[in-house]
Ligand binder design. Structure first.
Ligand code: GLU
Length: 434
């Protein structure tokens, strides 16, 4: 099994491409196969080296590193060979129409209620003077196209209703269609997972595989991803790894969503790619467009952190946050960077609000009681029980002034988990407001 992800380096990856990359990655991983990154840089005008690098970095950050990489710009010789082979076999032919002529013909056909399919010219017709040809692939009109799509089921196309595709421009440059087939053939791609905007391309490309005597890959075309309506919705084209980083989100939060969005399987927070790979099943993929919502990534991010072990995050936490600190605070953070906000509470200085006169006395009582109690795991319940007894306070009147004085905040992680970590000396000082 060998899959590939084939972005054009004309921009950063967005969640739509990331989903395609992920599914190809997971499929290869599930089967112990190979995941290839193919840079589709035949368009020299629009391709940029900075995007080639950004794509590599984004995949690395996501954890979707390819096992192999190929670049179309280094494979022009091979396209040339395939081109010549197909031309010699009569499957590629020269065309001389201008875009204006083609457009006019299209309109005429549409006006007559006919499908706007390219009409082949008589190949013996005189060549218009002073024009260089561009080149089309001749579809075999007598070979109906059919395949069993892993997501869409049986797909059937009548080649007579598809225009012979242009494969090469008059200046010799390549269009997408043929190089992709030559690559899939040469690089041994067995499975192609991509968006359903490529379904008609696939119909054409299958005839190209056949014409080149190559084995057809298994095809799976997924429904497109669209932005969910709502406050967070944005054009999806701009939502990618940069935005994830800016929001401080974990890669697995995005991948957990993208693996399952638009399928009938539940979206669950998953902390490793192996589990996602084991769960991949095209039989569950739906045909309707999937709605992407950043709020879902945010929610998954919080769930992943709430369940994350210390080992998983330790190298990205401030030194002051040890295992016990992490256990205490993980249930209260939505982004890993928030862990740093707790460093002053555990080990530094806090800025607590001024208590009322009455609370000040209460806090002094608390300080005195705390002095005499062991600061073990039970300190919070021992201290509050003793305070209740001593002062008669209960509920919020008992707990809130303590939380404010000890952490500087009115809400947060369980005090029972935090107080032993704050320690007696620091706690007493804070209660006495020193
Ligand atoms: N470069 C093409 C694209 O991004 C690749 C399509 C394919 O998967 O073959 O649409």
């Amino acid at each position: 099994m060998k899959t590939r992800f084939a972005p054009a380096p004309t921009g950063r990856l967005h969640v739509g491409n990331i989903r395609t990359a992920l599914h190809n990655y997971l499929l290869a991983r599930r089967e112990g196969g190979t995941f290839l990154l193919r840079i589709d840089d035949t368009d020299r005008e629009r391709s940029r080296e900075e995007y080639v690098e950004a794509i590599g970095e984004d995949l690395r950050w996501l954890g979707l590193e390819p096992d192999e990489t190929a670049r179309q710009s280094q494979r022009f010789d091979r396209y040339e060979e395939a081109f010549e082979k197909l031309r010699a076999a009569g499957r590629i032919y020269a065309c001389y129409e201008t875009p204006e002529e083609l457009e006019l013909r299209r309109k005429v056909l549409l006006g007559r209620g006919l499908p706007p399919v390219y009409e082949r010219k008589d190949q013996d017709a005189p060549v218009p003077e002073g024009r260089d040809p561009h080149w089309r692939f001749r579809l075999d009109h007598d070979a109906p196209i059919e395949w069993e799509d892993r997501i869409r089921g049986v797909q059937k196309f009548d080649p007579r209703l598809i225009s012979d595709p242009v494969v090469r421009r008059a200046d010799g440059s390549w269009l997408y269609m043929l190089p992709s087939v030559v690559d899939d053939m040469d690089l041994g791609i067995t499975h192609v997972v991509r968006g359903e905007d490529h379904v008609t391309n696939s119909a054409i490309q299958l005839q190209m595989f056949d014409a080149l005597g190559a084995r057809r890959p298994v095809l799976a075309h997924e429904a497109l991803l669209v932005a969910a309506e709502g406050k967070l919705s944005k054009r999806l084209g701009s939502v990618g790894v940069e935005e994830m980083k800016a929001r401080g989100l974990e890669p697995m939060a995005l991948l957990s969503l993208l693996a399952r969005i638009g399928t009938s399987q539940p979206v669950e927070p998953m902390d490793d790619l192996d589990r996602l790979a084991q769960g991949l099943d095209f039989a569950h993929f739906g045909r309707a467009p999937a709605h992407f919502d950043m709020a879902e990534v945010e929610a998954l991010n919080a769930k992943l952190l709430h369940a994350a072990s210390y080992e998983e995050v330790a190298d990205r936490l401030p030194d002051e946050i040890g295992e016990a600190h992490w256990q205490a605070l993980r249930g209260n953070i939505a982004h890993l960077a928030e862990a740093a906000d707790y460093v002053p509470i555990f080990t530094g200085e806090i800025d607590a609000p001024e208590p009322s006169e009455e609370d000040r006395t209460f806090l002094e009582t608390a300080a005195n009681l705390a002095e005499g109690l062991p600061f073990d795991d039970g300190i919070w319940s021992a201290l509050t029980a003793a305070l209740k007894e001593e002062t008669g306070r209960r509920g919020k009147a008992l707990f809130l002034p303590l939380r404010l004085a000890l952490t500087g905040r009115s809400s947060g992680p369980e005090m029972a988990a935090m107080l032993p970590l704050i320690g007696k000396e620091r706690a007493v000082r804070r209660l006495l407001r020193r």
